[in-house]
Design a protein around this ligand. Structure first.
Ligand code: EPZ
Length: 432
């Protein structure tokens, strides 16, 4: 497997262009299944998860075209498959998002249960419960969710737990149902709003996205449309935290500050100077060590769980002690064990990490365990003496476009070592 080697150096200093949001592009790409025509997308990030999704959609009969600028045209007029196989679904949990659109468009869908995930059990019971409320007959057989319904009926659905993809799946299914649906206790993430805007561009009638109650008036069909995917707020936050943790200056361009209020508040609390414009955010620490902050993850607009690992790393390099509570997923502290190998002082107590900062960390071979944890290990490596070797970086490639180029553009000493060159190169990085 490829590895990333990060050599600790001085503060980051520079600008970084933010890509389109992974967690917006995935549901929006999949919503093309609803259209009896073509959905054209721009600002789609060049990520492994996007490639995986395009493979799944092609398998279902969607004609995909992509150009060198990552403009994607997805033509679903000839969709003729209703089964999303395990081999494709197991590599990306978000594949569950084809369940609602396939059922709504084709009257039948068979989607492999996503299976386990490193950060938690991640059930999909709320997705199924909502579809049943709209009249679907759903059975679980041979590891597949098999759903049937000639035409979904509008229904009122209460989400017992706030679920991002649960809300997205049901919003897409309801857009072609007969009658009006209401999703209560809906997720409020910006990616939900982006999907709703795209659905409405196709002729759907979705209102209330971004609030905890979304109303969808079903229509008989959806037509071709074009849509530009919003900026990635988590990629933005990741680079801003890297700037703060290295006591430097990072300006994130082509981004949307209003999506990151909770994160920006915590960066200010850590002592960052912030300059916020219409489409940029600059963090400047002026060489100062950040102050440790305490936080608690929760559904948007509260502090996002996808930024938790990055802040644990920043706390490990700050003055004082910060307490980080993870309330969304039951196992999202795997980066802690890797950071401890680098000398980080972290006490884990259930869903709480108590982090005591220090000046620097020690370089070490570490292992990426999930997407956001991997990015936090890169940040840690930037403030460690010597080469930090990060293994299993396929996690990173799922969600961060050109991560080594973007960090190098900020002054980081970072390189990717392809697996076939590792045996030759490793002596340069491994102390015996
Ligand atoms: C989305 O995952 C994101 N993924 C995740 O980002 C993000 O961490 C998460 O939302 C929370 O913000 C995409 O958008 C593709 P949930 P999702 O359903 O929708 C429980 C990343 O790094 N739950 O909001 O799968 C669940 O177990 C990824 O980009 C049920 O119990 O998360 C969790 O505890 C990681 N039953 C909570 O809800 C269900 O049917 C929130 O999960 C569904 C969810």
């Amino acid at each position: 497997m490829d590895k990333i080697v990060v050599q600790g150096a001085g503060p980051l200093d520079g600008e970084v262009k933010i890509s389109g949001a992974k967690n917006s592009a995935l549901p929006i790409l999949i919503s093309s299944l609803l259209v009896d025509g073509t959905l054209t997308l721009s600002n789609v990030p060049h990520l492994q998860d996007i490639t995986t999704t395009m493979g799944l959609l092609s398998h279902l009969g969607v004609q995909m075209q992509i150009d060198e600028n990552m403009h994607i045209a997805a033509d679903s007029s000839a969709v003729d498959q209703i089964r999303a196989p395990y081999e494709l679904v197991k590599t990306m949990r978000a594949s569950i998002l084809v369940l609602g659109p396939l059922l709504a468009r084709m009257g039948h869908a068979e989607v492999s249960l996503p299976g386990g995930c490193a950060i938690g059990s991640r059930p999909v019971n709320l997705h199924i419960k909502g579809l049943e409320a709209m009249g679907a007959k759903v059975i679980i057989e041979d590891g597949y969710i098999k759903a049937t319904c000639k035409r979904l009926q509008g229904a009122r659905m209460f989400m017992d737990i706030v679920s991002v993809t649960g809300t997205e799946n049901l919003m897409m299914a309801a857009s072609l149902a007969q009658g009006v649906s209401v999703i209560e206790n809906a997720a409020r993430e910006p990616e939900i709003v982006d999907l709703a805007n795209c659905l409405n561009a196709m002729g759907a009638k979705v209102s209330g996205a971004g609030t905890d109650e979304i109303t969808i008036e079903g229509v008989d069909s959806l037509h071709s449309a074009s849509h530009r995917v919003i900026a990635d707020r988590i990629e933005t936050g990741t680079y801003l935290v890297a700037g703060a943790a290295t006591r430097g200056r990072v300006k994130a361009l082509n981004t949307e500050p209003k999506y990151l209020e909770a994160v920006l508040n915590k960066l200010e609390e850590a002592g960052c100077d912030l300059d916020v414009g219409d489409d940029y955010i600059e963090v400047n620490m002026h060489g100062r060590q950040p102050k440790a902050v305490s936080l608690r993850t929760a559904p948007h607009p509260a502090f996002p769980t996808d930024m938790q690992a990055q802040f644990v790393t920043m706390n490990a390099l700050s003055q004082g002690t910060g307490t980080v509570v993870e309330t969304i997923f039951e196992n999202r502290f795997m980066h802690v064990h890797e950071l401890q190998r680098m000398g980080a002082e972290i006490q884990l107590e259930g869903n709480t990490a108590v982090v005591t900062g220090r000046e620097r960390l020690q370089a070490a071979p570490v292992m990426a365990t999930d997407l956001r944890a991997s990015a936090s290990l890169v940040i840690a490596g930037l403030m460690a003496d010597g080469p930090t070797i990060i293994d299993r970086i396929y996690h990173i490639d799922r969600g961060y476009e050109c991560i080594e180029e973007k960090f190098a553009g900020l002054g980081a000493n970072i390189k990717r070592i392809p697996s076939h060159l590792w045996e030759r190169e490793k002596s340069r990085y491994l102390s015996n």
